[in-house]
Design a protein around this ligand. Sequence first.
Ligand SMILES: *[C@@H]1O[C@H](CO)[C@@H](O)[C@H](O)[C@H]1NC(C)=O
Ligand SMILES: *[C@@H]1O[C@H](CO)[C@@H](O)[C@H](O)[C@H]1NC(C)=O
Ligand SMILES: *[C@@H]1O[C@H](CO)[C@@H](O)[C@H](O)[C@H]1NC(C)=O
Ligand SMILES: *[C@@H]1O[C@H](CO)[C@@H](O)[C@H](O)[C@H]1NC(C)=O
Ligand SMILES: *[C@@H]1O[C@H](CO)[C@@H](O)[C@H](O)[C@H]1NC(C)=O
Ligand SMILES: *[C@@H]1O[C@H](CO)[C@@H](O)[C@H](O)[C@H]1NC(C)=O
Ligand SMILES: *[C@@H]1O[C@H](CO)[C@@H](O)[C@H](O)[C@H]1NC(C)=O
Ligand SMILES: *[C@@H]1O[C@H](CO)[C@@H](O)[C@H](O)[C@H]1NC(C)=O
Length: 265
Amino acid sequence: MQLFFISLLLLLLFVINSSRADNTTPFGYCPSSVCDNGLNISYPFWRFDNYNSTSPQYCGYPGFGINCSQSDSILYISDDSFNVTKINYNNLSLTLVDIDAVDHRGCPRVHHNLTLNDDLPFEYSKLDLYLNFYYNCTVSLPGYADRLDCLTTSGKSSYFYVGDYEPEDLKWYGICEKKVVVPVKDAGLIRGSVGAAIGEGFVLDWQIAKECGKCEASQGRCGYDNSTHESLCFCNDGTIKFDTCNQGNFFQEFNLLIFFSFLYY
Ligand SMILES: *[C@@H]1O[C@H](CO)[C@@H](O)[C@H](O)[C@H]1NC(C)=O
Ligand SMILES: *[C@@H]1O[C@H](CO)[C@@H](O)[C@H](O)[C@H]1NC(C)=O
Ligand SMILES: *[C@@H]1O[C@H](CO)[C@@H](O)[C@H](O)[C@H]1NC(C)=O
Ligand SMILES: *[C@@H]1O[C@H](CO)[C@@H](O)[C@H](O)[C@H]1NC(C)=O
Ligand SMILES: *[C@@H]1O[C@H](CO)[C@@H](O)[C@H](O)[C@H]1NC(C)=O
Ligand SMILES: *[C@@H]1O[C@H](CO)[C@@H](O)[C@H](O)[C@H]1NC(C)=O
Ligand SMILES: *[C@@H]1O[C@H](CO)[C@@H](O)[C@H](O)[C@H]1NC(C)=O
Ligand SMILES: *[C@@H]1O[C@H](CO)[C@@H](O)[C@H](O)[C@H]1NC(C)=O
């Protein structure tokens, strides 16, 4: 009886090990590629422009699709377009430039706030500073806010202020038409004008997407099926699972059961 259990145990260990050793097929569904402008697109980013709507599965994080065209590589965040100029896969950070804000002959004209909603695992980097713009103000703002001469028209002036928090006495509401907050790289602002800093962009850090933790912990790469709206896990052996490449749960429990019954005998 004991001999039977020992051989069963060995057999199981063999089956599990041999299935784990089979990692000869790399992630065929998660290719790296390079945009025309030279940007390297690798997991967890993916090519929006290669996306095939008849087989709507992709390997990469939802929201991390990049649309490469001749010179741009565009990431969409809450319907706004950002040109991705750098991706650092070692410290998980990327540099973005607001398409809407560049090239107004050095005069910053930013129309919208960047809204990082909880669906995307992005965070502002420590390298960023915040520019607060106050457009079309009918009364002068306090002296610590700089006036933008290029945006002054018929009695209305626009201002900007650099800082994470707005001073309490900066009461713009009712005085200015609009406030917009724009992140820029700290270093960009030190080097040049406000307009140039916006052109250099800002940095976001990314984290492991919450639905991808289990998959990545099992050495898989996370993806999504846009027709079934389900997360996928692309495994090194070429298979596609739902949340993890360790199909071990059943085997591990069975193993444990055998181990205990073995001890019992
Ligand atoms: C792109 O970056 C990935 C991850 O760093 C790397 O494995 C791959 O070799 C790079 N591809 C090219 C063409 O540089
Ligand atoms: C899209 O995928 C379908 C099904 O896999 C395939 O038949 C078709 O050729 C693909 N289209 C393109 C443009 O790659
Ligand atoms: C990608 O960019 C091209 C060129 O700018 C545009 O025609 C296309 O609609 C974009 N694709 C998506 C999915 O937004
Ligand atoms: C986007 O960035 C690339 C460099 O990464 C640059 O060549 C291109 O001109 C930029 N596009 C726009 C619209 O700023
Ligand atoms: C990430 O690494 C790049 C270059 O290796 C560096 O310039 C950048 O400051 C780093 N980012 C952060 C947030 O540490
Ligand atoms: C400021 O006012 C000018 C002229 O009335 C207008 O063209 C412009 O769009 C306004 N700017 C903002 C940011 O509202
Ligand atoms: C941008 O965000 C600030 C708060 O951070 C808010 O006061 C302002 O009204 C917002 N502007 C727009 C155009 O939504
Ligand atoms: C996924 O499907 C939705 C509609 O269900 C569509 O709006 C969206 O563009 C699709 N995503 C991609 C990456 O094509």
